[in-house]
Design a protein around this ligand. Structure first.
Ligand code: ADP
Length: 455
């Protein structure tokens, strides 16, 4: 039967409403087709799936892959429609900071017009079309983050939602298991700038001048290149960077011949680069340094567990950065802990950095050395794989702190319970699998109060 889809396109039947298109995918635990009835009962107008259901339906060949491909084509049709109506698609990629930068960018561009951007890390071949499908004639900007699982992946994402402006943040230094080297990672990330329109068609590649692998991508694009960084030769620059006691960076933003002081609302020195990338894109849409600085000062973190700072009633500060971890973000988080702690006692609860392959041991030791050199008082290392962090710290001359190894998040909570005192600063950081956000939550619920009782 005929059906008209007017509402949102959803993959979760619980989000279906009047006019929705429900996309049935075979999940890990459940098959979406089994929920088609529930979606229709909730008002869904039609179902996109790979086997027949009792509803108006778009039937795709080839199982889930066919459904995902069909979803991508729907996304592309809408992307072309909104682009023709004047919207700009901005894509962001990099090894660290995609979600944070996407969130900042969405807020800053929001000052210029309606923005569609995904919540959290909706960055793959399902998240892309679902995000684009939320855009309409009123949309001015679509901001997308592009994650690369391997060569060709970002190129494919760019066929679903072709960006006019592409931002490359950084290329991780680690030998990621599935990639096999920094060059391969650079190859994959650079597909974003290769996909951009040429300069005379409005294509703009925004590149981090302080990352050599990103800077080198200038030769892989026909788009106009805009660079950002902390050096004098970048087009969009940060001068006189300082971290204040809350871990927030202040600096002078220089671009297009103007300059303005900025104090970021997000935490960590690494945010300077993310903010510069955002300013560079904002400049493309006519914002001057002062306007960009003002918008950045208002732009807070939107996605959870990424440098989320909690000030507890007893003066304890908890920095929850438990979303994921790689060597660059680990270093950034530890430096921020150092800046926030200053003369306060500091603890770092650190889980493993996943997917480092042969580099794993050395990278963990290096993190331990950095923590020790920053004067972290207590290192709580969670799980076998993270154990070399403690070795690295213990081997650092002049470190007077304590390193404790615990098996899991619950062990970390116990270790903190007897050590933590009011006014201490705690960083919680590790790869997703470690589930360390639970540690941050426990501390926020008042671990220090019971710790005090115990003393
Ligand atoms: P992604 O989406 O690329 O995984 P997120 O924005 O979710 O990145 O951040 C992941 C981790 O990386 C967080 O710990 C965050 O604090 C850290 N991070 C964010 N931006 C940067 C950056 N420019 N350099 C290093 N680490 C960063």
């Amino acid at each position: 039967p005929d059906a008209t889809v007017t509402g949102p396109v959803v993959v979760d039947s619980r989000q279906a409403g009047p006019g929705s298109l429900f996309v049935a995918l075979g999940g890990e635990r459940a098959d979406g087709h089994d929920f088609a009835g529930a979606a229709v009962a909730a008002g869904a107008a039609a179902v996109l799936g790979s086997r027949p259901v009792e509803a108006p339906q778009l039937l795709a060949d080839g199982g889930d892959d066919g459904v995902v491909a069909a979803l991508g084509r729907l996304g592309r049709a809408v992307a072309d429609g909104v682009t023709a109506a004047g919207a700009d698609i901005v894509g962001v990629t990099g090894s660290s900071g995609k979600t944070t930068t996407k969130d900042l960018l969405a807020q800053v561009l929001g000052g210029l017009g309606p923005v569609v951007a995904p919540a959290g890390s909706f960055n793959n071949e399902i998240g892309h079309p679902l995000t684009v499908l939320r855009a309409d004639e009123g949309t001015r900007f679509v901001v997308l983050e592009k994650a690369a699982r391997g060569i060709g992946h970002i190129a494919h994402l760019c066929t679903i939602a072709p960006p006019r402006i592409g931002v490359v943040l950084n290329v991780g230094s680690a030998h990621m298991g599935e990639f096999g080297g920094r060059e391969a990672i650079a190859q994959a990330k650079g597909e974003l700038v290769e996909a951009l329109p040429a300069a005379d068609e409005g294509g703009v590649a925004v590149l981090n001048a302080d990352d050599d692998a990103v800077r080198a991508m200038a030769s892989r694009t026909a788009a106009r290149v805009v660079t950002y960084g902390r050096g004098a030769d970048a087009d969009v620059r940060a001068r006189d960077v300082e971290l204040d006691g809350a871990g927030r960076a202040r600096f002078t933003l220089e671009m297009n011949g103007g300059s303005a002081p900025v104090r970021l609302a997000v935490v960590g020195e690494h945010q300077v680069h993310n903010a510069l990338a955002v300013a560079a894109v904002a400049a493309e849409f006519g914002m001057d340094a002062a306007a960009a600085a003002e918008a950045l000062a208002q732009a807070g973190p939107l996605s959870r567990w990424r440098m989320e700072v909690d000030e507890l009633d007893d003066g304890t500060t908890v920095v929850n950065d438990a979303y994921n971890a790689n060597p660059e973000s680990m270093a950034a988080a530890l430096r921020t802990l150092g800046a926030i702690a200053e003369r306060r006692r500091s603890f770092a609860v650190l889980g493993a950095m996943a997917e480092l392959g042969g580099e794993a041991r050395g990278a963990h030791e290096e993190a331990g050395r950095l923590a020790a050199s920053l004067g972290v008082d207590g290192l709580i290392v969670v799980g076998q794989e993270a154990a070399p962090i403690a070795d690295g710290a213990a081997g650092t001359a002049g470190w007077h702190g304590e390193a404790v190894a615990v098996p899991d998040a619950a062990g970390a909570v116990e270790a903190l319970r007897t050590r933590l005192r009011p006014k201490d600063v705690v960083l919680v950081k590790g790869s997703r699998v470690a589930g360390l956000e639970k540690v941050a939550e426990k501390v926020a619920e008042g671990l220090t109060a019971s710790g005090k009782d115990a003393q």
